[in-house]
Design a protein around this ligand. Structure first.
Ligand code: UDP
Ligand code: MG
Length: 211
């Protein structure tokens, strides 16, 4: 069904000599995932893979088989089927030729988690899961502000209401799942970005949860 994006299901381990390290980055829309990931890239040399950005890129490819589907899901704040997202992530990992990855905004629901666990979990070392904690009203304000210049189809009141509902009903349980595995590192993301980053930095300096 999702044959349009070539699957590299066995390629990853062959292409990458060592088992790649992965850190998942989660949090409500506008919690600051992308902003903090940029800083981690600068200081710790991880490759930043935003699932949302990869989907938007795939959507804008001329003739993309999934462009329309992705557009609709994003506008509605719904989660795109994992076969698409996971293939995009794996392809980006392989193409980077690197070893350390920040996967931002994924896995966001049970379908994402199941798909990842089925295809990817045994090929990578999941170091930990950063969760940026931010009241949803603050998240909304930040996204609406971003919406004045982001050009994103989902930084508006209508889409945001749906994205927040999706976060609460579908993503929270995924965070709970990783919390039970002792992999969650929660960070207060309400503060200015430099302050938030200090905590993030400690996490990486400590190699927290490094398995
Ligand atoms: N999305 C998705 N699967 C993912 C990541 C993102 O379907 O694994 C879609 C979903 O519709 C989401 C939108 O892309 O609401 C925007 O995600 P992004 O992470 O870019 O938003 P952010 O949380 O950073 O504001
Ligand atoms: Mg983002």
């Amino acid at each position: 069904m999702f044959a349009g994006i070539s699957l590299f299901s066995t390629a990853l381990k062959h292409v990458l000599k060592m088992t790649p390290n992965v850190v998942f980055v989660l949090g409500g829309p506008g919690a600051g995932k992308g902003t903090q990931c940029q800083k981690i890239v600068e200081h710790f040399g991880y490759v930043h893979l935003s699932a949302g950005d990869l989907l938007r890129e795939e959507r804008s490819k001329p003739g993309s088989k999934y462009g329309e589907l992705i557009e609709t899901y994003i506008k509605e704040g719904k989660i795109v089927p994992v076969e698409i997202t996971c293939s995009l992530l794996e392809r980006a990992m392989v193409q980077s030729g690197k070893q350390n990855f920040l996967i931002d905004g994924f896995p966001r629901n049970q379908d994402n988690l199941d798909g990842w666990n089925k295809v990817m979990a045994n090929k990578v070392n999941l170091q930990f899961v950063i969760v940026f904690d931010c009241p949803l009203e603050v998240c909304t304000e930040r996204c609406l502000k971003r919406g004045t210049s982001s050009g994103r189809v989902d930084d508006n009141v209508d889409s945001l209401r749906k994205r927040i509902n999706t976060f609460l009903s579908e993503t929270r349980p995924i965070i709970d799942y990783y919390a039970k595995l002792n992999l969650v590192r929660q960070i207060d993301a309400t503060r200015p970005e430099e302050e938030v980053y200090k905590d993030v930095e400690h996490l990486f300096q400590a190699g927290a949860g490094d398995n």
